[in-house]
Design a protein around this ligand. Sequence first.
Ligand code: 6PG
Length: 464
Amino acid sequence: MNKYDFGIVGLGVMGRNLLLNIADNQFAVAGLDLDPEKVASLQAEAGAEHQIHATTDAATFVGLIQQPRAIMLLVPAGKPVDSAIQSLLPYLEKGDIIIDGGNSYFPDTDRRFTELQAKGIHFFGMGISGGEKGARRGPSLMPGGDRQAYERLRPIFEAASAKVDGEPCVEFLGNGSAGNYVKMVHNGIEYGIMQLLAETYDLMKKAYGLPTGTIQQAFEQWNNAELQSFLVEITSEILKRKEENGAYLVDLISDWAKSKGTGKWTSQNAMDLQVPIPVIDAAVNMRDMSKYKPERIEASKSLIWDQGQTATADINEIKEALQFAILVTYAQGLAQLTVASETYNYELNLEVVTKIWRGGCIIRSVALEDFRKAYDKNPALRNILLDENIGQTVSKLQKSVRNVVKTAVEKGIPAAAFLNALTYFDAYRSENLPTNIIQAQRDYFGAHTYERIDREGTFHTQWD
Ligand code: 6PG
């Protein structure tokens, strides 16, 4: 008894795979799940080289783990996390550590942190990215909260995480709910890039009239250069898959997109913080739009636009447009992290965040190393578009995105994420926006006052 280094509660796909990964690294791991089948199947999969003990009983589970205990929860976000904590509490002692490895909503993490601190239990939220395979072979881990507790667990997490150039894709990120917040924004960026890839496919097919095979080859090639990334890679794999009758599987998949909430939370919180992240907002909107299938079918018959002949495709131009929009999506998410860090006192270091995103996670890409370098050069960077190298790159790519967006508009193909990436770029580089009109209108109908550029003070005009 008491000889296990680590415990995992929740032996679903993620919990079971992470447990096996940690056990591969010579740690003894205990597992708890209320479902006896999950317990039995993990025990059956554990090899002779593993030290694993799984159980359905919370008291036995807690008793197996070395003190001070380290227990990670991998259960669905929301109530199940609170229930799991409650089921463990009677057996825990002061100094024990609970880690929430799920996609928890960050205010819930703050609440749990405070509630457990009062009981002498260390709590921290840790974002985990990389899906099932990542959990098994090396995820990106985003821990935040209690630094001391993290230090005790560092060897386990560093061993289990993905590595890039020998460096582990895990580092302590910041105070309070920093780990869950960073993971939430990671997912917001994930939504944005996924939407851009979907729009790219749609434009290539409907605006440029390219066959799926050609689109697939383009994605495959792009993954060898500036666009190299997990999401481009899997999209190219997806576009290869055919049914026995020769039909592309993707053409048979319903367009009704589901979501678990992290993208929506990113957008909601960005509004609270007043940080514009329009590509991510568009991605959330388009998943919502996808649910209106019956209405879209009806509208497709009455709201007609004759798109004319398909446009001539310039594959390189489409690639450059995509690269532009992906860079702008990262810029928006990272700008949100900058403001959130100040607002919530997370004390994030974005050089570290971009470093641990280089491997293991869903948004890993070659671009992350450029961002890491930019933050290394200037830790106070407010927006990666202001970095000289990244700024030059997007400036060079803008002609292509303008052409692609023009084609999308002309042909009537929805490309909200592309349009929003370009609009963000054009607004961000505008010294003057037309919001002076908004201020005048507010003053006109509500006497809300305005400031002037030629004089100090607050002004009101009797407009009528
Ligand atoms: C990851 C993923 C992971 C999960 C998403 C899916 O980083 O490994 O982001 O957390 O697949 O939560 O989110 P949606 O169901 O909202 O698309």
